[in-house]
Design a protein around this ligand. Structure first.
Ligand code: ADP
Ligand code: MG
Length: 389
């Protein structure tokens, strides 16, 4: 992809699409990782004298303004992080936004309102794409987390302005390409999270690339059931059991080992204390909420011996202390291994941040869904819209 570093930006208005879809706590940003991740691109553009028109979505306002999803707290946090004023407008596009863009001086920043306040954003409406284009002279996409969506501000606008990739977007793609093209062996994937239906595609794609897959979280339950384990009241997707069985067969054919929990932390509800049981000994009424210590130790051994590790999805209900141990053990092992490590997914990153370990990972992807789709080999519309170098 053509990089924003290759073009003269001085005194030009640059529409920078970032992924500032951050968790809010009232009117404060609860986790600013995604803002921090975009700072190098913003700093580069400012140093080179560009006039920055910043666009992001936040949450799911479904095409109309919602006061609790305005970007003011995000603009305030960006101003704190940069020590520079961030101007705002109450609209996404239109006369007021365009006028504001024209008052920018070199190195100054303007933040547009939440792109998803516009009904044309998610439908990739061409009129809205043109309205975005009217706000700038160049387009820079740095929103990897939104690159798998063909929206007006991530894809449509690229057809109406000279378009470039931001530093974060390029770095994300390079990190994932490294996994796909020349992974150190053994290449191990750790997949967790709630639902197997979200991740069937990526498991299928990974079977062709990795040497082993460690499963945990709610999604492992469907695989356990496929292998005949009584998972009782655990979260399962019964309509996916045959898919799970097919994936196990395919993995076996290719000599890829799919590892499942051998023990678990179970309870009758999330509010009860955890009990450790062998995976064959779950009682009626109990549900798996975390991998057990024997599984944690086995998984750790595999992670330590790997050459490359890709991790997506917590292996337990890590939001609850009683069921956070397994995910913490996985996070510690991924942080400690000598392997090249890549982690993605909002919840996996939150777990890494909780444990203070995000800095020990080689690449923490800001895009959960986008990184999975990239690994699946799908075309990401936001990337495809940027011409190659
Ligand atoms: P990520 O955001 O890292 O991609 P997901 O969104 O796919 O991860 O999954 C995270 C969710 O999975 C968490 O909310 C967690 O509580 C849930 N989860 C993990 N293990 C289980 C389990 N055994 N039963 C139910 N939910 C689980
Ligand atoms: Mg999630």
């Amino acid at each position: 992809m053509r990089s924003i570093t290759e073009v003269e930006v001085r005194a030009k208005r640059v529409l920078v699409r970032v992924d500032f879809n951050v968790p809010l706590d009232g009117d404060r940003v609860a986790d600013d990782s995604r803002i921090v991740a975009a700072l190098p691109t913003l700093a580069l553009l400012r140093e080179r004298g560009a006039r920055l028109v910043i666009a992001s979505h936040l949450g799911r306002p479904k095409g109309r303004p919602r006061d609790d999803l305005r970007l003011a707290p995000v603009a305030a946090r960006l101003a704190e992080l940069t020590g520079v004023e961030v101007r705002t407008v109450p609209t996404v596009v239109g006369a007021e936004a365009e006028a504001a863009s024209r008052t920018l001086g070199d190195g100054e920043m303007l933040m547009l309102e939440n792109t998803r306040f516009e009904p044309g954003e998610e439908t990739n409406d061409d009129a809205l794409a043109r309205d975005f284009a009217a706000l700038a002279d160049l387009y820079c996409n740095d929103a990897f987390g939104a690159a798998h969506r063909a929206h007006a501000s991530t894809e449509g606008v690229a057809h109406h302005l000279e378009s470039y990739a931001g530093l974060l977007l390029s770095r994300e793609v390079e990190a994932l390409d490294r996994l796909l093209k020349r992974p150190g062996r053994p290449f191990l994937a750790i997949l967790g999270g709630a639902k197997v239906s979200d991740k069937l595609g990526v498991i299928a794609a990974l079977i062709d690339r990795v040497d082993g897959i460690l499963l945990g979280g709610g999604m492992a339950n469907t695989f356990l059931l496929a292998r005949g384990v009584e998972v009782r009241s655990s979260l399962v997707e019964r309509d996916r059991v045959s898919d799970a069985r097919a994936l196990i067969a395919r993995a076996t054919e290719r000599g890829v080992e799919i590892s499942l929990p051998v023990d678990a932390r179970v309870a009758t509800s999330l509010d009860d204390g955890a009990q450790v049981v062998p995976i064959e000994a779950i009682q009626v009424g109990q549900a798996i909420f975390d991998i057990g210590p024997a599984t944690g130790a086995l998984y750790r051994e595999r992670i330590m011996a790997a050459g490359t590790v890709f991790w997506n999805g917590p292996v337990g209900v890590y939001e609850r202390d009683a069921f956070a141990t397994g995910t913490r053990e996985v996070a510690r092992a991924v942080a400690a291994t000598a392997a090249v490590t890549v982690a993605g997914g909002g919840d996996s990153i939150a777990a890494l941040n909780d444990a203070g370990l995000a800095g020990e990972i080689d690449h923490v992807s800001t895009g959960g869904g986008a990184s999975l789709e990239y690994i699946e080999g799908r075309t990401l519309p936001g990337l495809a819209a940027i011409p190659s170098a």
